[in-house]
Design a protein around this ligand. Structure first.
Ligand SMILES: Nc1ncnc2c1ncn2[C@@H]1O[C@H](COP(=O)(O)OP(=O)(O)OP(=O)(O)O)[C@@H](O)[C@H]1O
Length: 243
Protein backbone atom coordinates (compact mmCIF):
# COMPACT_ATOMS: atom_id res chain seq x y z
CA UNK A 1 0.00 0.00 0.00
CA UNK A 2 0.99 3.60 -0.48
CA UNK A 3 2.67 5.34 2.40
CA UNK A 4 0.13 7.24 4.47
CA UNK A 5 0.97 10.81 5.38
CA UNK A 6 0.46 12.12 8.86
CA UNK A 7 -0.42 10.27 12.02
CA UNK A 8 -4.07 9.29 12.10
CA UNK A 9 -5.49 9.49 15.61
CA UNK A 10 -8.40 7.03 15.75
CA UNK A 11 -10.12 9.22 18.33
CA UNK A 12 -9.92 12.33 16.13
CA UNK A 13 -12.64 13.08 13.58
CA UNK A 14 -11.89 11.94 10.03
CA UNK A 15 -12.20 15.53 8.88
CA UNK A 16 -12.03 18.77 10.84
CA UNK A 17 -13.12 21.90 8.99
CA UNK A 18 -12.22 25.03 10.91
CA UNK A 19 -13.62 28.46 10.05
CA UNK A 20 -13.30 27.81 6.34
CA UNK A 21 -14.03 30.58 3.90
CA UNK A 22 -13.98 30.46 0.12
CA UNK A 23 -14.58 33.50 -2.08
CA UNK A 24 -14.49 33.67 -5.84
CA UNK A 25 -13.30 36.92 -7.38
CA UNK A 26 -12.66 40.09 -5.43
CA UNK A 27 -14.15 43.51 -4.75
CA UNK A 28 -17.86 44.24 -4.80
CA UNK A 29 -18.55 41.42 -7.27
CA UNK A 30 -16.89 38.72 -5.18
CA UNK A 31 -18.99 35.64 -4.47
CA UNK A 32 -18.61 34.43 -0.89
CA UNK A 33 -19.43 30.76 -1.33
CA UNK A 34 -18.39 29.78 2.23
CA UNK A 35 -18.41 32.36 5.00
CA UNK A 36 -16.79 30.60 7.97
CA UNK A 37 -17.76 26.94 8.14
CA UNK A 38 -16.67 24.73 11.03
CA UNK A 39 -17.59 21.07 10.97
CA UNK A 40 -16.28 17.77 12.25
CA UNK A 41 -16.94 14.59 10.30
CA UNK A 42 -16.72 11.59 12.61
CA UNK A 43 -15.05 8.38 11.45
CA UNK A 44 -17.26 5.62 10.14
CA UNK A 45 -20.31 7.84 9.72
CA UNK A 46 -22.37 8.94 6.75
CA UNK A 47 -22.73 12.72 6.88
CA UNK A 48 -25.14 14.37 4.45
CA UNK A 49 -24.87 18.02 3.43
CA UNK A 50 -28.09 19.62 2.37
CA UNK A 51 -28.96 23.11 1.23
CA UNK A 52 -30.45 25.02 -1.66
CA UNK A 53 -28.65 25.32 -4.95
CA UNK A 54 -25.78 27.76 -4.46
CA UNK A 55 -25.56 27.29 -0.68
CA UNK A 56 -21.95 26.08 -0.93
CA UNK A 57 -22.20 22.28 -0.81
CA UNK A 58 -20.00 21.52 -3.82
CA UNK A 59 -17.53 24.20 -2.80
CA UNK A 60 -17.15 22.52 0.60
CA UNK A 61 -16.79 19.03 -0.93
CA UNK A 62 -14.11 20.32 -3.31
CA UNK A 63 -12.16 21.83 -0.42
CA UNK A 64 -12.38 18.73 1.77
CA UNK A 65 -11.39 16.59 -1.22
CA UNK A 66 -8.30 18.70 -1.92
CA UNK A 67 -9.62 19.78 -5.32
CA UNK A 68 -9.59 23.44 -4.29
CA UNK A 69 -8.01 25.60 -1.61
CA UNK A 70 -9.83 27.76 0.94
CA UNK A 71 -9.48 31.53 1.08
CA UNK A 72 -9.21 31.18 4.85
CA UNK A 73 -9.46 28.62 7.63
CA UNK A 74 -8.11 25.11 7.89
CA UNK A 75 -9.03 21.57 6.91
CA UNK A 76 -7.42 18.54 8.55
CA UNK A 77 -8.10 15.15 6.93
CA UNK A 78 -7.09 12.06 8.88
CA UNK A 79 -4.16 13.83 10.51
CA UNK A 80 -3.06 15.80 7.45
CA UNK A 81 -3.47 19.57 7.33
CA UNK A 82 -4.37 20.13 3.68
CA UNK A 83 -2.81 23.59 3.87
CA UNK A 84 0.61 21.93 4.31
CA UNK A 85 0.37 20.09 0.99
CA UNK A 86 1.63 21.31 -2.36
CA UNK A 87 -0.09 20.33 -5.61
CA UNK A 88 1.67 16.93 -5.75
CA UNK A 89 0.78 16.27 -2.13
CA UNK A 90 -2.88 17.03 -2.79
CA UNK A 91 -2.81 14.79 -5.84
CA UNK A 92 -1.39 11.93 -3.76
CA UNK A 93 -3.98 12.55 -1.06
CA UNK A 94 -6.83 12.40 -3.58
CA UNK A 95 -5.40 9.26 -5.16
CA UNK A 96 -4.60 7.34 -2.00
CA UNK A 97 -7.04 8.47 0.65
CA UNK A 98 -10.21 9.76 -0.97
CA UNK A 99 -12.77 8.09 -3.21
CA UNK A 100 -14.99 10.34 -5.31
CA UNK A 101 -18.50 9.59 -6.55
CA UNK A 102 -20.17 12.08 -8.89
CA UNK A 103 -23.72 12.67 -10.06
CA UNK A 104 -22.72 11.82 -13.63
CA UNK A 105 -20.88 8.59 -12.60
CA UNK A 106 -17.62 9.63 -14.31
CA UNK A 107 -16.76 6.20 -15.70
CA UNK A 108 -14.45 5.74 -18.68
CA UNK A 109 -16.73 4.60 -21.53
CA UNK A 110 -14.23 2.37 -23.35
CA UNK A 111 -13.25 0.41 -20.25
CA UNK A 112 -15.24 -2.48 -18.82
CA UNK A 113 -16.77 -2.31 -15.35
CA UNK A 114 -13.83 -4.30 -13.96
CA UNK A 115 -11.27 -2.07 -15.69
CA UNK A 116 -13.00 1.07 -14.40
CA UNK A 117 -12.88 -0.25 -10.83
CA UNK A 118 -9.21 -1.12 -11.35
CA UNK A 119 -8.16 2.37 -12.48
CA UNK A 120 -7.18 3.66 -9.00
CA UNK A 121 -5.24 0.42 -8.39
CA UNK A 122 -3.35 0.85 -11.65
CA UNK A 123 -2.57 4.43 -10.69
CA UNK A 124 -0.80 3.24 -7.59
CA UNK A 125 0.77 0.36 -9.52
CA UNK A 126 -0.78 -2.43 -7.49
CA UNK A 127 0.45 -5.87 -8.63
CA UNK A 128 -1.85 -7.46 -11.23
CA UNK A 129 -2.94 -10.39 -9.03
CA UNK A 130 -3.80 -8.07 -6.12
CA UNK A 131 -5.66 -5.76 -8.49
CA UNK A 132 -7.74 -8.52 -10.05
CA UNK A 133 -8.63 -9.97 -6.68
CA UNK A 134 -9.64 -6.60 -5.27
CA UNK A 135 -11.72 -5.74 -8.35
CA UNK A 136 -13.56 -9.07 -8.07
CA UNK A 137 -14.26 -8.48 -4.38
CA UNK A 138 -15.50 -4.94 -5.00
CA UNK A 139 -17.77 -5.87 -7.90
CA UNK A 140 -19.29 -8.59 -5.72
CA UNK A 141 -19.70 -6.11 -2.86
CA UNK A 142 -21.75 -3.75 -5.05
CA UNK A 143 -23.78 -6.61 -6.53
CA UNK A 144 -22.22 -6.60 -9.99
CA UNK A 145 -20.16 -9.79 -10.00
CA UNK A 146 -21.83 -10.87 -13.23
CA UNK A 147 -21.20 -7.57 -15.04
CA UNK A 148 -17.41 -7.34 -14.90
CA UNK A 149 -16.93 -7.34 -18.68
CA UNK A 150 -19.66 -4.88 -19.58
CA UNK A 151 -18.90 -1.31 -20.58
CA UNK A 152 -20.72 1.62 -18.95
CA UNK A 153 -22.95 2.05 -22.03
CA UNK A 154 -24.23 -1.49 -21.51
CA UNK A 155 -25.18 -0.86 -17.87
CA UNK A 156 -28.15 0.96 -16.34
CA UNK A 157 -27.62 4.25 -14.49
CA UNK A 158 -27.90 2.51 -11.14
CA UNK A 159 -25.39 -0.14 -12.18
CA UNK A 160 -23.00 2.54 -13.43
CA UNK A 161 -23.21 4.32 -10.09
CA UNK A 162 -22.51 1.02 -8.34
CA UNK A 163 -19.37 0.65 -10.46
CA UNK A 164 -18.43 4.20 -9.44
CA UNK A 165 -18.90 3.31 -5.75
CA UNK A 166 -16.72 0.21 -6.22
CA UNK A 167 -14.06 2.33 -7.93
CA UNK A 168 -14.23 4.87 -5.08
CA UNK A 169 -13.53 2.04 -2.61
CA UNK A 170 -10.66 0.53 -4.61
CA UNK A 171 -7.79 2.08 -2.69
CA UNK A 172 -9.42 1.59 0.71
CA UNK A 173 -9.90 5.32 1.13
CA UNK A 174 -10.29 7.06 4.46
CA UNK A 175 -13.12 9.12 3.04
CA UNK A 176 -15.64 8.88 0.22
CA UNK A 177 -16.93 12.18 -1.11
CA UNK A 178 -20.13 11.97 -3.12
CA UNK A 179 -21.74 14.95 -4.86
CA UNK A 180 -25.42 14.28 -5.60
CA UNK A 181 -24.81 10.55 -6.20
CA UNK A 182 -28.51 9.85 -6.75
CA UNK A 183 -29.22 13.05 -8.70
CA UNK A 184 -29.48 11.35 -12.09
CA UNK A 185 -31.32 8.25 -10.92
CA UNK A 186 -35.03 7.54 -10.56
CA UNK A 187 -36.14 7.31 -6.96
CA UNK A 188 -36.12 3.52 -6.71
CA UNK A 189 -32.65 3.21 -8.27
CA UNK A 190 -31.47 6.13 -6.15
CA UNK A 191 -32.70 4.31 -3.08
CA UNK A 192 -30.68 1.20 -3.91
CA UNK A 193 -27.50 3.25 -4.48
CA UNK A 194 -28.16 5.05 -1.22
CA UNK A 195 -28.58 1.72 0.58
CA UNK A 196 -25.31 0.59 -0.97
CA UNK A 197 -23.55 3.66 0.45
CA UNK A 198 -25.13 2.97 3.82
CA UNK A 199 -23.98 -0.66 3.61
CA UNK A 200 -20.36 0.18 2.74
CA UNK A 201 -20.17 2.56 5.69
CA UNK A 202 -21.12 -0.41 7.85
CA UNK A 203 -19.15 -3.18 6.18
CA UNK A 204 -15.99 -1.29 5.15
CA UNK A 205 -15.96 1.18 8.05
CA UNK A 206 -15.46 3.97 5.53
CA UNK A 207 -16.48 7.57 6.23
CA UNK A 208 -18.81 9.19 3.70
CA UNK A 209 -19.56 12.85 3.07
CA UNK A 210 -22.39 13.34 0.61
CA UNK A 211 -24.05 16.46 -0.78
CA UNK A 212 -27.63 15.75 -1.66
CA UNK A 213 -31.13 17.06 -2.31
CA UNK A 214 -32.48 13.54 -1.94
CA UNK A 215 -34.70 13.26 1.13
CA UNK A 216 -34.36 9.46 1.13
CA UNK A 217 -30.60 9.72 1.27
CA UNK A 218 -30.82 12.19 4.15
CA UNK A 219 -32.99 9.79 6.11
CA UNK A 220 -30.31 7.07 6.10
CA UNK A 221 -27.51 9.49 7.02
CA UNK A 222 -26.10 9.42 10.53
CA UNK A 223 -26.13 13.20 10.46
CA UNK A 224 -27.58 15.87 8.20
CA UNK A 225 -25.83 19.25 8.12
CA UNK A 226 -27.64 22.13 6.46
CA UNK A 227 -25.86 24.91 4.63
CA UNK A 228 -27.47 28.22 3.66
CA UNK A 229 -25.67 31.07 1.99
CA UNK A 230 -22.24 29.69 2.86
CA UNK A 231 -22.94 29.02 6.53
CA UNK A 232 -24.05 26.03 8.58
CA UNK A 233 -27.57 26.75 9.75
CA UNK A 234 -28.67 23.41 11.16
CA UNK A 235 -27.75 19.90 12.06
CA UNK A 236 -29.77 16.85 12.97
CA UNK A 237 -29.45 13.11 13.43
CA UNK A 238 -32.29 11.37 11.60
CA UNK A 239 -34.16 8.80 13.69
CA UNK A 240 -33.50 6.09 11.09
CA UNK A 241 -29.78 6.38 11.74
CA UNK A 242 -30.17 5.42 15.40
CA UNK A 243 -29.48 1.78 14.61
N1 LIG B 1 -15.46 28.61 -9.68
C1 LIG B 1 -16.39 29.49 -9.28
N2 LIG B 1 -16.34 30.77 -9.66
C2 LIG B 1 -17.25 31.67 -9.25
N3 LIG B 1 -18.28 31.37 -8.43
C3 LIG B 1 -18.40 30.10 -8.01
C4 LIG B 1 -17.47 29.09 -8.40
N4 LIG B 1 -17.83 27.91 -7.82
C5 LIG B 1 -18.94 28.19 -7.11
N5 LIG B 1 -19.28 29.49 -7.21
C6 LIG B 1 -20.42 30.15 -6.55
O1 LIG B 1 -20.38 29.81 -5.18
C7 LIG B 1 -21.70 29.61 -4.67
C8 LIG B 1 -21.82 28.22 -4.08
O2 LIG B 1 -21.78 27.25 -5.15
P1 LIG B 1 -21.82 25.67 -4.92
O3 LIG B 1 -21.65 25.04 -6.25
O4 LIG B 1 -20.89 25.32 -3.84
O5 LIG B 1 -23.33 25.46 -4.42
P2 LIG B 1 -24.14 24.10 -4.21
O6 LIG B 1 -24.80 24.21 -2.88
O7 LIG B 1 -23.26 22.94 -4.46
O8 LIG B 1 -25.23 24.18 -5.36
P3 LIG B 1 -25.93 22.98 -6.21
O9 LIG B 1 -26.88 22.31 -5.26
O10 LIG B 1 -26.62 23.72 -7.31
O11 LIG B 1 -24.84 22.09 -6.70
C9 LIG B 1 -22.64 29.88 -5.83
O12 LIG B 1 -23.06 31.23 -5.76
C10 LIG B 1 -21.76 29.66 -7.04
O13 LIG B 1 -22.23 30.42 -8.14
Amino acid sequence: MTQRQGPADPAAPMVAVEEVRRSFGSGPRAVHALRGVSLEIPRGELTALKGRSGSGKTTLLNLVGGLDRPSGGRIVLDGTDLGDLDEDGRLALRRDRIGFVFQSFGLIPILTAAENVGVPLRMRRAPVAEREERVRTLLALVGLAGHADQRPGELSGGQQQRVAVARALANEPSLIIADEPTGQLDSETGRSVMELLRAVVRSEGVTVLVATHDQNLMEVADRVVELADGRIVGERRPAAAAR
